[in-house]
Design a binder for this molecule. Structure first.
Ligand SMILES: Nc1ncnc2c1ncn2[C@@H]1O[C@H](COP(=O)(O)OP(=O)(O)OP(=O)(O)O)[C@@H](O)[C@H]1O
Ligand SMILES: [Mg+2]
Length: 370
């Protein structure tokens, strides 16, 4: 049997409300329709993925999405939940039962877990690496991100976190958790200024307890650090594609510009974008449609307002398209589809059809094959 190549990661980015969740779902469905095994992961705390997919509550556990037989592949979906992931990582570490209990009962543990739960973006990369590790049959991981420029934290925060996890400060704090008078020895060894600074803020008992927590969870942090490293590599490799989504809105294109700059700083060049909810050229070229616009151009009342609105939308979308093309060489235009929010059975297939347009574009604009 041919060796399975490592899966692709496709990350959808863009301003609020432009269609990231809808189109990442569409893309995942199209890939599943074409026979791939796909994981759709939302790292947006807003939890919109479940309604886009019309499934029940999605959680950190990756579950199968039931699809009709026209879908030759398989679709799994999950919603990043750092608190649940953290508990699972502790369990996976296989530490002795009493150490687990001690950790869960530790004075700082709940605080740590609730603090890290708000740092979803740093853990999103860990979660991607965990999926790559645990689900070797997956062909493609599709990531739906929260709106705006902060979605990029998903790439930059892991680096900073890994640096911190591997830093000397961290080692230093861990020493106190190991006990045995290290605290006073370290003081003598010239670390007094750091400890004093930390101690003044939080009290010396705090440092000892924090150190103890770090020692107890060292295995979890080691695994996390390794996964951060793996994720950092794959997210910067040609295996990962980034798709900019924009609507016909100046502010949404501004966000794409900012995202593009931020990604460039990370050494990532994005070559593919989507302009969503456009009036298609087919419709614009349709005789009935253009006659209608022509006929009501000069009329008065609501129809004229509507016609003017449509015309100004079309000229706005031309400008938006030009701006997008200055940023990325290839832009796919997705039309406004009425009834996309209905819950009809046909819906997932309609979404897959939209996604196929994006799948094609991503395929043509990446090195290697999808
Ligand atoms: N091509 C389209 N045609 C019609 N409706 C669409 C289209 N794309 C998205 N929508 C609708 O627009 C709304 C916003 O889409 P979606 O939730 O996917 O955006 P988002 O970028 O994920 O938003 P957020 O930033 O809040 O996460 C939804 O109601 C969705 O059904
Ligand atoms: Mg969304």
């Amino acid at each position: 049997m041919a060796k399975r190549v490592s899966p692709n990661v496709v990350v959808f980015l863009g301003a609020g409300g432009v269609g990231k969740t809808t189109l990442s779902t569409s893309f995942a469905l199209a890939a599943a329709q074409s026979g791939q095994t796909v994981v759709l992961l939302s790292i947006d705390p807003a939890r919109r993925l479940q309604s886009a997919l019309s499934v029940g509550k999605l959680d950190d556990e990756i579950t199968v999405v039931p699809l009709v037989k026209e879908f030759k592949g398989k679709l799994y979906a999950g919603q990043l939940n750092v608190e649940q992931a953290f508990s699972r990582w502790i369990k996976d570490e296989g530490m002795p039962h009493e150490a687990q209990e001690k950790l869960h009962g530790h004075v700082f543990f709940q605080t740590l877990v609730s603090r890290v739960a708000t740092m979803g973006d740093a853990f999103a990369a860990v979660r991607v690496a965990e999926i790559l590790e645990k689900m070797p049959n997956v062909d493609c991981i599709v990531v739906d991100t929260p709106p705006g420029i902060h979605a990029i934290d998903f790439l930059t925060k892991p680096e900073r976190m890994r640096e911190f996890l591997n830093s000397r400060t961290m080692e230093f704090i861990k020493m106190f958790g190991r006990g045995g008078g290290l605290f006073s020895r370290a003081l003598k060894a010239g670390a007094a200024h750091l400890l004093d600074a930390l101690g003044n803020i939080a009290g010396h008992g705090f440092i000892t307890a924090f150190g103890e927590l770090l020692v107890l969870s060292e295995g979890v942090f080691n695994t996390m650090s390794n996964r951060l490293e793996a994720a950092s590599k794959i997210l910067r490799s040609s295996k990962s594609s980034y798709v900019f989504i924009s609507a016909v809105r100046d502010d949404a294109i501004n966000v794409v510009e900012d995202l593009n700059d931020a990604l460039k700083k990370q050494g990532i060049v994005v070559s593919f974008g989507v302009l969503n909810r456009i009036i298609s050229s087919e419709l614009q070229n349709d005789k009935g449609f253009s006659d209608f616009l022509e006929k009501h151009q000069e009329s008065s009342g609501e129809l004229q307002v509507f016609v003017n609105y449509v015309r100004s939308w079309i000229s706005k979308q031309d400008v938006a398209l030009k701006r997008m093309k200055l940023l990325v060489p290839s832009v796919v235009q997705i039309p406004l589809v009425p009834g996309l929010e209905s819950s009809a059975d046909q819906r997932l297939q309609d979404l897959a059809e939209l996604g196929a347009l994006i799948l094609e574009g991503v395929k043509n604009h990446k090195r290697g094959s999808l």
